[in-house]
Design a binder for this molecule. Sequence first.
Ligand code: SAM
Length: 236
Amino acid sequence: MLPTIDLVAPSLPSWVDQEKESRLVPDTPAFTHAYTNSTAHGIPQIALSPAQGKFTSLLASISGAKNVLELGTLGGYSALWFAQAIKGRGGKVTSIEINKERRDVAIENLEYAGVKVPEEVEILLGAGLDVLPRLAEEIDQGKRERFDFTFIDADWDNQAAYFDWGVKLSRGKGSVIYVDNVVRQLLEIGAVGAAEKDTTLENLVDTVAKDDRVEAVVMQTLGSKDMDGFLFAGLK
Ligand SMILES: C[S@@+](CC[C@H](N)C(=O)[O-])C[C@H]1O[C@@H](n2cnc3c(N)ncnc32)[C@H](O)[C@@H]1O
């Protein structure tokens, strides 16, 4: 049997993130400020890591995304990465945040980074399930373009509903839906692991597996933020 990572090098995930990823994702004043200013305002440190931010930004970039939809702005760290990915393509990042103070700090952080708000990144205040139908109306009325890349990073209880909205608001074949933290969610609802199983809670992976509008995969991740994983889906 292969030794587990714990036995080989317990500090390996953090070492890779801190010592190796930092060579590829060097600190810049804009991204560092987004972290430090958020912390100074008491915002919890639950943003993507620099490696995750760059990875999602690269995915948006190589998929040719023009318009990005984000659920969960926090202090605007991931939105800043997406703004970088789509810069010059004539689209924008539309991010939804339920908490007004976080929305205000995110605007501060994006403007500090030189991002035009709301032209390049628009932050809509409200609960995802209230805001998404309004976006659908605006798309139907021709006031808003469809999305090429949807990033779901909020409110685990409604992930499946957000996924469905993401598909409905997407441009079509090749559009991407990325759902963060799905492995942690599986652990939390007791779908795997020692936790008592709560069958009333939804398991997003099983829901998406039955969804014939998309092809999807779950990628497990290990890093300084412990073990987790994301669901990555492309519209057929
Ligand atoms: C994990 S954080 C987002 C991190 C951010 N994407 C980043 O990496 O920089 C989740 C955010 O979603 C927000 N949120 C929670 N429930 C929400 C809801 N129902 N609608 C919109 N935003 C929500 C929280 O206030 C929190 O700021």
